[in-house]
Design a protein around this ligand. Structure first.
Ligand code: ZN
Length: 311
């Protein structure tokens, strides 16, 4: 097989299991660009069946999230918008496209923060709910359906790892951005210490990125403005005026760091360095906060979360 990013045939394949089904799912590590990828890419049909069984995404059914899920998604949206505010000073009314908008919490919050936000979400139930609950623009569809439009910022959170042709996706995103437009990405981080060893490899996740491989993937079309990889991998990138002719692949030092990180992953690192031992306590605290909003509507929950942060 060839690496999907750099085309190298220097891949090491190791046995792994899908976290949801425990089925065998071999993983390939590229020795040249360090991208971790599924060795046997599942077909689109296999993925759709898997999604509908394991991600509760029946693409047609009605959807009504529980208040605790709105609260949880609203808190995450708030964190992301605050990251954005710290890193960039975008003018009010900047056009933002959010790919994989889910239940619409981020789009609703982004509008409160002054963006002109548009969401796109393939799930009919989720997108219909979001349009009705927040009176915002959420289209039912996917990135392929967006054409002949320009945005100042495009965000994808936990979407890129599901996409089979990430290089094509980068080209498309570059074409949808205004000059000096930005990309805001978040993906699971294969170097992170705070992911339970039970929950790393999923059939739906075709690629497992790190700071080094995400930089390599995005480098022809984008330059990095900000990147954070303590937990999940988050990045803000600026569109290049002229794409580079080649990818900027990891250096020898990056590759050796990658090898070290992969060798150290395991229960002991997760519990003691990744803070895994604190998680049951954190879950208890969160459940108390979530009970306090159980009587509110989705729009009221987001209003209450955003209010202290709006100027
Ligand atoms: Zn590679």
């Amino acid at each position: 097989m060839e690496c999907k990013l750099c085309g190298s045939t220097l891949l090491t394949v190791r046995p792994c299991k899908d976290a949801k089904t425990q089925e065998m799912m071999p993983i390939a590590d590229c020795q040249r660009c360090s991208l971790v990828q599924q060795a046997e890419m599942p077909s689109t049909e296999a993925l759709q069946i898997y999604y509908s069984h394991h991600y509760r995404t029946d693409y047609k059914s009605a959807y009504e999230p529980k208040p605790k899920y709105v609260y949880r998604a609203g808190r995450t949206a708030l964190d992301r918008l605050q990251c954005l505010q710290k890193a960039l000073d975008l003018p009010t009314g900047s056009r933002l496209l959010y790919v994989g908008a889910g239940g619409g919490e981020f789009v609703c919050m982004a509008n409160k923060f002054g963006f002109h936000a548009i969401g796109i979400e393939p799930n009919q139930g989720y997108s219909t709910f979001a349009r009705n609950a927040y009176d915002c623009e959420i289209r039912t569809g996917s990135l392929e359906d967006v054409r002949d439009e320009r945005f100042d910022l495009i965000s994808l959170f936990h979407v890129l790892e599901h996409m089979a042709e990430p290089t094509e996706v980068m080209r498309k995103l570059h074409s949808l951005l205004n000059p000096k437009g930005y990309l805001f990405l978040e993906v699971p981080n294969i170097w992170q210490k705070d992911a339970s060893p039970h929950n790393i490899y999923f059939k739906a996740h075709l690629y497992y990125y790190s700071r080094a491989s995400l930089t390599a993937l995005t480098s022809p079309y984008f330059e990095t403005v900000w990147m954070e990889d303590e937990g999940n991998l988050m990045a803000i990138l600026r569109k290049r005026d002229t794409p580079l002719a080649a990818h900027q692949y990891p250096t020898a030092a990056d590759l050796s760091h990658h090898a070290q990180r992969m060798a150290r992953k395991g229960w002991s690192e997760y519990l003691f360095e990744g803070g895994g031992w604190k998680k049951p306590w954190q879950r208890l605290q969160r459940s108390q906060q979530e009970q306090a909003v159980a009587h509110l509507s989705a729009a009221q929950i987001l209003e209450r979360l955003a209010a202290p942060h709006l100027r």
